[in-house]
Design a protein around this ligand. Structure first.
Ligand SMILES: C[S@@+](CC[C@H](N)C(=O)[O-])C[C@H]1O[C@@H](n2cnc3c(N)ncnc32)[C@H](O)[C@@H]1O
Length: 393
């Protein structure tokens, strides 16, 4: 079987030979996992993204930024991080603890920019912890931080790979685009009607991976009932059934986070991601759900293409996050679009000052464009959202 590249309407660029070989090795491993029958999509996604030597994140295959597969807000502009520096100062003024914890730090860009900005403002945290489950990315982050920051700043940074390893006295937690990178389950249903839900599994069809449909198990039934209960208006649709996803790890992840943070004083948790409310995510006209794959800045919907070489994500249901966070013991401080959040910090004034300090019109235009990309509804402004959770205190 080949690592396939065909997509409706366009051809994805072919990977190099070494990448093809790596993807084939992962395909063989997945086929072996499917020896006794199809596997849950969440298991497929966990393997293709997080296998420690062959997975997209696990092996460090992921390429962040403008020249990579996709671009996140901190990779796009340091003004995103400037908003977080503002939040950190607010937290300190409220007497919050002295620590920052970043979950899922990618290339380390956010950590570098934030520590640089806080060092310049004489507002460094006592400790900056990175919780990263990919060993290859943790190494990449450490290398990048060492290259970019003075040793006395890097000294404050440490890495852990599980909530159970966190030693925490309280402070600010940041997770940007982590929830959308967690494995999801896929199902087919008539939107809003839990009794119609069927489970989508992944099987091997001899030449390529294929979807297989099974009746819902107890886990899926409970999840779709909770989704149905959050959709206030019954959905009237002429369609038969549509595809959808949910994050089966969400409740456990938030409970572990609450357990780990609970040992310290008050914590504020900022969860940034792209997503929406339940009724919008499970809209009847989203026939294909919200699953998206990214490969060299091309977005498509086939998670079986180039296993281990492409990113797979799904939208975050912020109402599900709110429900699970409350259950885990967090208080919810509200949820806003990235634009509303950033415009409520001191970043617009900072942009204004920087614009005035630049003589060249080209430089000014570039700077304005950088900020616009973070706040415009057609860019990251609306679809990206932030929820703040609070624990303790
Ligand atoms: C889409 S990348 C975002 C990277 C970075 N936050 C940014 O905005 O550029 C997702 C990151 O989260 C990490 N990750 C995924 N699931 C995680 C988990 N359960 N705990 C900690 N890190 C996780 C990945 O390894 C990766 O570093």
């Amino acid at each position: 079987m080949n690592a396939e590249s065909r997509q409706e309407g366009f051809e994805l660029p072919a990977p190099g030979q070494a990448d093809q070989a790596k993807s084939l090795e992962l395909i063989e491993l997945l086929v072996e996992q499917m020896r006794d029958g199809p596997i849950p999509f969440a298991d497929y996604m966990a393997t293709v993204l997080y296998h420690p030597t062959l997975g997209y994140y696990g092996s460090g295959q992921v390429a962040f930024g403008a020249g990579g597969d996709f671009i996140t807000a901190p990779e796009r502009s340091r003004f995103f991080t400037a908003g977080l520096a503002y939040e950190w100062r607010q937290a300190r003024e409220s007497g919050l603890g002295q620590e920052i914890l970043e979950v899922g730090a990618g290339s380390g860009r956010l950590a570098i920019d934030l520590l640089e900005q806080l060092a310049a403002a004489d507002a460094l945290p006592e400790r900056y912890t990175i919780l990263e489950i990919s060993p290859a990315l943790a190494t990449r982050q450490a290398d990048n931080l060492q290259e970019s920051l003075p040793p006395e700043v890097v000294e404050r940074v440490r890495w852990i790979d599980a909530w159970s390893a966190l030693d925490w006295s309280g402070g600010v937690v940041i997770a940007n685009e982590v929830l959308d990178a967690m494995p999801v389950e896929r199902f087919r249903w008539w939107p809003g009607k839990p009794e119609t839900a069927e489970r989508m599994l992944v099987g091997f069809g001899g030449q390529r991976f294929v979807w297989e449909t099974r009746s819902a198990d107890a886990g899926l039934r409970a999840a779709v009932e909770a989704i149905g209960a959050r959709i206030e208006q019954p959905i009237v649709t002429p369609r038969e059934t549509v595809l959808a996803e949910y994050n089966p790890e969400l409740g456990q992840w938030l409970a572990e986070m609450a357990g780990a943070l609970g040992a310290g004083d008050e914590s504020w948790v900022y969860l940034f991601d792209y997503g929406s409310h339940t009724a919008d995510i499970y809209r009847a006209d989203r026939d294909e759900g919200t699953l998206k794959c990214h490969y060299r800045h091309l977005a498509h919907e086939d998670p079986f293409v180039y296993p281990g070489l492409q990113d797979i994500t799904a939208w975050v249901d912020f109402q599900a996050v709110e429900q699970a966070a409350r259950k885990a013991g967090f208080a919810i401080d509200g949820e806003r679009s990235q634009a509303q959040w950033l415009l409520g910090t001191d970043v617009p004034q900072q942009v204004e000052r920087e614009l005035q300090a630049r003589d060249s019109l080209t430089d000014q235009a570039q700077l304005a464009q950088e900020f616009r990309e973070l706040v415009m509804p057609t860019e990251m402004g609306e679809r990206f959202r932030v929820m703040r959770l609070r624990l303790g205190g």
